[in-house]
Design a protein around this ligand. Structure first.
Ligand code: 13P
Ligand code: SF4
Length: 303
């Protein structure tokens, strides 16, 4: 089958089976073309909750599919490739969190959405990279335990100097390895290009950026900017997507290291096979876990 033939079959099957296909901004261009909605973690949560379809397919990573299930327990939610996890979401256990809570009593526990559903049952507020500053600013507590990403947490802390922060020693294994030297090398190769970075990068990288934002915010900024050249400091798929959207501008990866194998593992055929009932995984979560994790996710969406 050709790419076009598989895409046509997906479009026919998703209508027949009442499936809404959601795609994270890091997915492939071929997947974008069959998706009903493309966005960042925050946008996907809202779309998953509001989709009128009885079934949702989340093309992204496991925590995103789980978030969808928590927000829409009555819908069937599918992850087209079951090995698409997020190492950051899985790096902190409930026991680790309980230990930290003992160490930091009275702190509001804020979790990045890149966490397991089980961990969310013990948190006060869930945030995404696009909503973290706005939501943490509104917290009545002046002390915040931010898990698991200390880079996003430090970025938030810098924007909210009036609050005190404690962090877990985690982070995204892709963004965290980008160094100041990588920035210098990219700027030397592309003098004059604007540097746009995701706040999952280290502070030394974020400090050099012309714009800091979540995946969708980076894309919107590049599209609206009058500048012609951009170095992209997030997963390298965004370089290609922007190049499709803005053929007259130039986009360069900040580093070859910014490639997330978990985000890259889902294929068009995984989607096709899931729709045919011969692949993928239906997300099943315990009702009590859903009810309990939902509290901090609802708080995020209600804003
Ligand atoms: P956003 O979708 O919030 O930009 O986060 C990027 C990411 O790492 C998703 O796993
Ligand atoms: Fe997880 Fe990082 Fe990959 Fe996002 S880019 S899915 S945070 S490992």
């Amino acid at each position: 089958m050709t790419v076009k033939e598989v895409q046509e079959e997906i479009i026919r099957l998703k209508k027949e089976k009442d499936v809404c296909i959601l795609a994270h901004a890091y997915q492939d261009q071929a997947i974008f073309e069959v998706a009903d909605y493309i966005g960042d973690s925050f946008g996907l949560s809202v779309q998953g909750r509001d989709a009128a379809n009885s079934n949702i397919m989340m093309c992204g990573v496991r925590f995103m599919a789980e978030t969808c299930k928590v927000l829409s327990p009555e819908k069937k939610v599918y992850l087209p490739n079951p090995i698409a996890g997020c190492p950051m979401a899985e790096q902190m256990s409930v026991e680790d969190l309980r230990e930290m809570k003992k160490k930091y009593p009275g702190y509001a526990v804020v979790c990045y959405i890149n966490t397991t559903t089980e961990l969310k049952t013990e948190c006060d507020l869930c945030v995404t990279s696009s909503s973290a500053v706005r939501l943490v600013k509104k917290l009545k507590e002046d002390k915040v335990l931010f898990i698991p990403d200390p880079n996003l947490g430090s970025y938030v802390a810098k924007e909210i100097p009036e609050k005190e922060f404690a962090f877990y020693n985690g982070g995204c294994p892709r963004h965290i390895i980008i160094t100041h030297d990588d920035v210098l090398a990219a700027k030397k190769a592309h003098p004059g290009a604007l540097l746009l970075v995701h706040p999952e990068c280290r502070l030394e990288v974020v400090a050099e950026a012309d714009f800091i934002g979540a995946t969708t915010a980076i894309m919107d900024y590049a599209k609206e900017s009058d500048a012609k050249e951009f170095i992209i400091g997030t997963e390298n798929s965004i370089v290609e997507h922007l190049q499709f959207d803005c053929p007259d501008k130039m986009f360069y990866p900040l580093s070859v290291k910014l490639s997330c194998m978990n985000m890259r593992v889902t294929t068009l055929f995984d989607i096709y096979n899931t729709l045919r009932g011969v692949g993928g995984e239906e997300i099943v979560l315990d009702d009590k876990i859903i009810d309990s994790a939902r509290v901090c996710i609802d708080r995020m969406i209600e804003g």
